[in-house]
Design a protein around this ligand. Sequence first.
Ligand code: FAD
Length: 230
Amino acid sequence: MYECIVIGAGIEGSATAYNLAKGGTKGVLLLEQYEACHNRGSSCGQSRITRRAYETLFYVEMMTDAYKMWSDLEKEAGTTLYKRTGVMVFGGNGDPYVQQTIKSMKIANIPHDVLSGAEINRRFPKQMKIPDDYMCVIEEDAGILYAQKALRAMQEQFQKMGGTLLDRHEVTEIVPGDIVTVVTNRGLFKANYVVIAAGPWAPALCSSIGVHLPFKVPYYSIYLCCIHAI
Ligand SMILES: Cc1cc2nc3c(=O)[nH]c(=O)nc-3n(C[C@H](O)[C@H](O)[C@H](O)COP(=O)(O)OP(=O)(O)OC[C@H]3O[C@@H](n4cnc5c(N)ncnc54)[C@H](O)[C@@H]3O)c2cc1C
């Protein structure tokens, strides 16, 4: 019997399990259908752009907490997970995403520069050629997270705090109730509550308990790039 079962050991599920354990929850089980840190999920790969240059104010403010949490994890794990490269967000002049990003960063007091495409072409003559009338936001403090390394560090720290990670356990059924039963291809587990962090597999898993998630692919009219070498 567990206090909480987290389904899916991508970055979302691993961070949930890690933070539950860090917050003092005893008896956390993290279940993963493939091997831990496999290369079929959204969280695999070398790097992820990490920035506060977002359109939505909530994300801008949340990222300030996230930077601190990544830095704490680096200290706990004794490794480097983040590299400051600076990030540029750019789009057509008047692009609503870029304009709103500038507004949100101003409200949240995040240092940034706003430049035209022409100014960027002058500043980076060898690296960039974008239309002169484009609008660009530069956040010098942004950078990249080493994605696979971050995932591994999160899972290792979770286990060091007493959490259990079982990989190659595919959840095939969730039976709701006061005590939740989670059925896998290798046996069943019970818990007081369950967190589903199954990424793109979530709609299939959730529909088995009558929850039908809308699954939308977002459309962006902007571009992103790191401005210093990775
Ligand atoms: C190509 C690409 C580039 C990206 N670039 C960026 C970027 O630069 N910056 C950024 O912030 N974000 C970026 N993202 C988004 C970010 O990577 C994702 O939002 C994040 O990795 C999602 O993590 P997740 O844990 O929700 O999903 P996943 O990593 O997919 O994890 C879900 C896990 O659940 C497991 N699972 C599913 N079903 C079951 C089951 N039935 N039983 C047991 N386990 C199960 C899966 O095997 C998987 O391991 C990018 C995404 C992609 C794909």
